[in-house]
Design a protein around this ligand. Structure first.
Ligand code: DQA
Length: 148
């Protein structure tokens, strides 16, 4: 069975109560359930993790090298700041799809730049919780695991 890491960065544990006008009303657990449900139809198993700590996210990526076929990641604000997470993605050579609930390009200027996007397979932003579903499909397609 193909195993995929679903990795959420800082403040995403507060989804549902955090700025719902921007990030929607769905809680993180509900999003994880939606992605797992969607993945099951492809016989893909999702392991979901969240951390507010840059180093823990890096350790999680390093460990994923051993077991994950790829990663769907919402790096939260670390998208716009973290050279260390970018280096972890490069170092592990993991296939990572960067996802965002909000359209970061339509928001404040500091959210327009991603340190991670250049070392990711691609980026999906602006579709609320469905960004994760689109991100998973994009990743599986990239890995050659979807029908043409
Ligand atoms: C986010 C966008 C980031 O700019 C922000 O810091 C987040 C959430 C999103 O999913 O839209 O924490 O990654």
């Amino acid at each position: 069975m193909t195993k995929i890491l679903l990795l959420h960065g800082p403040n995403l544990n507060l989804l549902g109560i955090r700025e719902p006008q921007v990030y929607g009303h769905m809680m993180l657990g509900d999003i994880n359930d939606k992605v797992k449900e969607h993945a099951a139809q492809y016989n893909v198993e999702i392991t979901a993790k969240q951390s507010n700590h840059e180093g823990v996210l890096i350790d999680t990526l390093h460990e994923a090298r051993e077991w994950a076929a790829g990663v769907v990641m919402n790096p939260g604000a670390y998208t716009h700041t973290s050279v260390a997470i970018r280096d972890a993605i490069s170092a592990t050579q993991l296939a990572v799809v960067e996802v965002h609930l909000s359209n970061v390009h339509a928001r404040e200027e500091f959210r327009h730049h991603s340190y991670l996007a250049p070392v990711c397979v691609g980026q999906i932003a602006g579709f609320g919780w469905r960004s994760y579903i689109l991100g998973l499909d994009a990743l599986l397609g990239h890995l050659g695991l979807l029908d043409e």
